[in-house]
Design a protein around this ligand. Structure first.
Ligand code: M6P
Ligand code: ZN
Length: 192
């Protein structure tokens, strides 16, 4: 007989992503993303204040086993390093064949994706946007607005995180402000 888990319900505030009884809250400061922004001078200058870039509230601590799901909300604060908008670290799934689903809850963001062949794709996310991350695509979210960008995520619990590939090379393109608008440009630090 399998060891059955008990069903449960987690309340999520759909206007701000708050999970009152979050299992874990992860806070990511600029220091945690050291070297990931294109403008190193701007990054170094801002490092003195080490601003909080984003928080992840985990709704569950479900076992990281095949067949299980985990879900969370992420809040990315508004801001830029130089002219590059605040973003999440970004990752491939350690088990590449695992997909993920995002839903916009508040604010405005971009979901930046990159295939294993370095093809770039961008999805604009606003409240109600259900954005599908197919298997094998690296994914990063970016706050392109003036308010908090908040989204919900649901993913297979065994997906895991491959952060190293993104930390080393980044994405082939980055999102910067040009003439007051978010604009996709080639990543000056990109190396294949
Ligand atoms: C979403 C999910 C999480 C992820 C978080 C932040 O909530 O994809 O699994 O941890 O975004 O992204 P990252 O882990 O790349 O910092
Ligand atoms: Zn993921």
């Amino acid at each position: 007989m399998p060891n059955y888990m008990s069903p449960f319900t987690t309340m999520i505030n759909l206007s701000n992503g708050l999970i009152p009884i979050a299992a874990v809250v992860q806070k990511r400061y600029l220091h945690d993303l050291e070297g990931m922004f294109a403008d190193s001078t701007a990054e170094d200058a801002l490092m003195i204040n080490n601003p909080l870039l984003y928080e992840v509230q985990e709704a569950t601590q479900n076992p990281m086993e095949e067949g299980q799901l985990r879900y969370s909300t992420t809040t990315i604060y508004p801001g830029k390093v130089g002219d590059e908008y605040y973003f999440t670290k970004g990752h491939y799934h350690a088990i590449g064949s695992r997909a993920e689903l995002y839903m916009g809850l508040a604010g405005e963001g971009y979901l930046l994706l990159m295939s294993p062949e370095n093809e770039i794709n961008v999805q604009r996310m606003t409240p109600g946007a259900m954005s599908y991350i197919p298997p094998y695509w690296a994914h990063r979210t970016i706050n392109i607005g003036k308010d908090n960008f908040v989204f919900f995520a649901c993913y297979p619990a065994d997906a895991g995180y491959d952060y190293a590939s993104i930390a080393d090379k980044g994405f082939a393109q980055i999102v910067v402000e040009r003439g007051g608008k978010p604009t996709l440009i080639e990543n000056p630090k990109w190396e294949k």
